[in-house]
Design a protein around this ligand. Structure first.
Ligand code: ITT
Length: 228
């Protein structure tokens, strides 16, 4: 049975991808980077687009592991912020800090700073203008650097209101919810906009998310590809 590596260092992504792939009937041995018993340096994501960054990660990890790799580059695009944080989603609030200060923060601390920054930047933007979407691009690469497939998915919503906003109500106030990761606690899911993606049961998020859509298209491609 061929092996496929989930080429991400984000435990939230690994959880979602593993759970969705377990539910598929692919004849492929799926492993995370953690399963390989060694640590890998994170490649520099300076591609400028989700596709370019996913390609950088898939090809870098495929070379490092000598196995086919599936990378996910994703992020949140907020319309009134002209698409920010976009490709900078994971480090949005710490981009200006020196590298050692960034490295000293846990992923959870970074997520919380990112959420605070986004809510602050949206101060005074009314709820119906706070439209946003999660975007996910996946790239499947071989150790020789060949790109076997790419796929994409989006997940529409709005960014909720902080408790300090005079128009905030129980169903529009964020952050809310204990599931997911990253910006999930502030993302009100379309079309109802009354609960966040962090309030969705993981199995629900995995049916409708950007990552679910990109992965579902990738699974169809994987059925037609002979992995090396
Ligand atoms: P890898 O590069 O190792 O995969 P990463 O977290 O740095 O991990 P990205 O560069 O693709 O990955 O950044 C994605 C960021 O976008 C992620 O850290 C979150 O802040 C946000 N994000 C993406 N998908 C999300 C989701 O489903 N829920 C909440 N936030 C998400």
């Amino acid at each position: 049975m061929p092996t496929l590596i989930l080429a991400t260092q984000n435990p939230g992504k690994v959880r979602e991808l593993e759970s969705m792939l377990r539910a598929s009937d692919l004849d492929i041995d799926i492993k995370g980077l953690d399963d390989l018993g060694q640590s890998f340096p994170e490649p520099v994501e300076d591609g400028g687009s989700f596709l370019a960054n996913a390609t950088i990660k898939a090809t870098a990890y495929a070379k490092l592991t000598n196995l086919p790799c599936l990378a996910d580059d994703s992020g949140l695009e907020i319309d009134p912020l002209e698409g920010r944080p976009g490709v900078n989603s994971s480090h949005y609030a710490v981009l200006d800090l020196p590298q050692d200060h960034q490295d000293a923060l846990s992923r959870e601390q970074r997520d919380s700073k990112n959420i605070d920054k986004v809510l602050e930047e949206l101060d005074a933007v009314p709820l119906d203008e706070r439209t946003a979407r999660f975007v996910c691009t996946m790239v499947l690469a071989t150790p020789s650097g060949e790109i076997l497939a790419t796929s994409q998915g989006t997940f529409e919503g709005r960014i909720g209101l902080p408790p300090t906003d005079p128009f905030a109500t129980p169903s529009t106030t964020v952050p809310r919810g204990d599931h997911g990761f990253g910006y999930d606690p502030i993302f009100l899911v379309s079309p109802e906009h009354d609960h966040t993606s962090a309030q969705l049961d993981p199995s629900e998020k995995n049916k409708i998310s950007h990552r679910a859509k990109a992965l579902s298209a990738m699974i169809e491609r994987l059925r037609t590809i002979d992995l090396p």
